[in-house]
Design a protein around this ligand. Sequence first.
Ligand code: NAD
Length: 369
Amino acid sequence: MSDAPRIVVLPGDGIGPEIVDAARRLLDSLGEFEYDERLVGGCSIDAHGIALTEEVLEACRAADAVLLGAVGGPKWDTTDPEAPRPEQGLLGLRKGMGLYANLRPVRPSPALVGSSPLREERIAGTDLLVVRELTGGIYFGDSGREGDAAHDTCSYTAAEIERIARTAFEAARRRAGSSGRDPRVTSVDKANVLETSRLWREVVTGIAPEYGDVALDHLLVDNAAMQLVSRPADFDVIVTENLFGDILSDEAAMLTGSLGMLPSASLGADGAPGLFEPVHGSAPDIAGRGVANPLATFLSVAMMLRHGLERPGEAARIEAAVDAVLAQGLRTPDLAAGTLATPRMPDVPAEIEAGTAEMTDAVLAALGA
Ligand code: NAD
């Protein structure tokens, strides 16, 4: 058997197959990888009547990493609660693979800082990672209705907090390894009000001495929401519980202003495979036209190399190659719409419109592949 990492590839629906094909070209240019391509989402519903089969889940569990495109589309939209839905594939993967940590980096490419809703001087230099707990908290606690009252319960165990805190400390270390920066974790809670937050702070503080090389600070969530827009460049790794993370990761994502640029990773227990995917959906409006922006998927491949396959050097090379093609002025239509009309970036050359294939060629060329 070959030593090549075994990657389960789940192209999914809409533009999924186009961007995942581009990602395979990128991976092939870096070395040898073994692919196992499977169905998930709408295409799996068409073939098997469900969005994720047990067989595909088993293959994912046995892989070194899983790369997903996107799922969903109007063909499978339904209001029938009994009918299968594509996103059940994603939920099934999260649950079945035990993925409890969602990682979303926010690092606007220098050539795209003009697309941010923030002023350039505020956003410049931002390079942060939001680590969100994915399986606990108020989304999974007891909920119900009694007459005209309703409740949702937030609960966390020390063990759940400890494992996500460790993910954050380790991610900070890995990032420092490839960027040379001093690692820092900012833990976000609401410890002045919530008991779960007080436990959260206690547990995070308790394990911090094991990561003496990583600085730790704490922020209340309301303050964190403000600091994220007023001084985003000061953050390194932000770790927080499920509900706060849901909100803060979307707030942080908007700092870049470019949906087609955002990667994500979902990680489980040490040694178990992670799931790597772009944040955007299946973009049915542009599917099949060869214009999908593959960069969020390329940056997801970089996350897979850094956080899933222990190949941080290649991850950094991909990120640098993406920056380089954007600095050359290359833009898929989604990016061009955001920045073309903004004459605030005198150093960026005139924009050259590119489709998925041209953008992929340019990234491969920048990698020297
Ligand atoms: P979307 O992210 O698919 O698209 C929003 C807009 O952004 C569209 O105009 C689209 O053309 C554009 N866009 C998105 N990614 C792009 C890319 N890589 N390059 C160029 N343009 C891009 O969100 P939506 O329209 O709300 O949802 C479409 C479908 O995707 C729905 O079925 C939804 O359920 C599904 N979805 C899936 C995921 C996932 O698989 N993780 C996430 C979100 C939405």
